[in-house]
Design a protein around this ligand. Structure first.
Ligand code: AR6
Length: 184
């Protein structure tokens, strides 16, 4: 499974799953969330409203994730997750780690083979991008080790994910993720 970091706009990624750094309301916002809704079109908001009306009347909890179609995006699905908000005292890295592990679990259930993540919580929610990079890369690696236990090269990977791509919006963020990826 390739884990890479690139500079770019997550809305243009040609992957199966794009992860959205949403808020608990699922009803849109700024940053990645605003960009994804703008690119996916109004049917994405309709799908999120339907989730709120049915399975998530209280909203999506911090650290959890839920999938919708990608509508106008190149990606087939959007997996929405809610990062911890440092400005509200949500400083537990376990919550942030869950924002990377849960979408991977959902992606496997969807039959996806490629997933793109933004730097969840590194914008409006106030986490240092170096901390997000450490938690994100560490979580994906631990997830890979756990899910590939017993797997041998030459056989299909048990989870089906071939690519995890971190899509960063600034050179600083890219450097932080590349530094973590370069760590043995
Ligand atoms: N592609 C990739 N990365 C991006 C893009 C993009 N198009 N746009 C911004 N970033 P943020 P959060 C980077 O604020 O901190 C929203 O209003 C950005 O530079 O999007 O989890 C939601 O509705 C930063 O490094 O997410 C919530 O209310 C990173 O993505 C709240 O913001 C995350 O920044 C969530 O805050």
């Amino acid at each position: 499974m390739l884990i890479e970091a690139v500079l770019g706009d997550i809305t243009t990624q040609d992957v199966d799953v794009v992860v959205n750094a949403a808020n608990s309301s699922l009803l849109g916002g700024g940053g990645v969330d605003g960009a994804i809704h703008a690119a996916a079109g109004p049917r994405l908001l309709d799908a999120c409203r339907e989730l709120r009306r049915t399975t998530l009347p209280g909203g999506l909890p911090v650290g959890d994730a839920v999938a919708t179609p990608g509508f106008g995006l190149p990606a087939r699905w959007v997996v929405h997750t809610v990062g911890p908000n440092r400005h509200r005292g949500q400083t537990d890295p376990v919550l942030l780690s869950s924002c990377f592990a849960r979408p991977l679990e959902l992606a496997v259930g969807l039959g996806a083979s490629s997933v793109a993540f933004p730097a969840v919580s590194a914008g409006v929610y106030g986490w240092a991008v170096e901390d997000v990079a450490r938690v994100a890369v560490g979580t994906v690696r631990v997830w890979q080790e756990g899910t590939e236990a017993g797997w041998s090269p030459g056989h299909p990977r048990p989870h089906g994910i071939e690519l995890v791509r971190f899509v960063l919006f600034s050179a600083t963020a890219l450097d932080a993720f590349r530094a973590e990826l370069d760590r043995a």
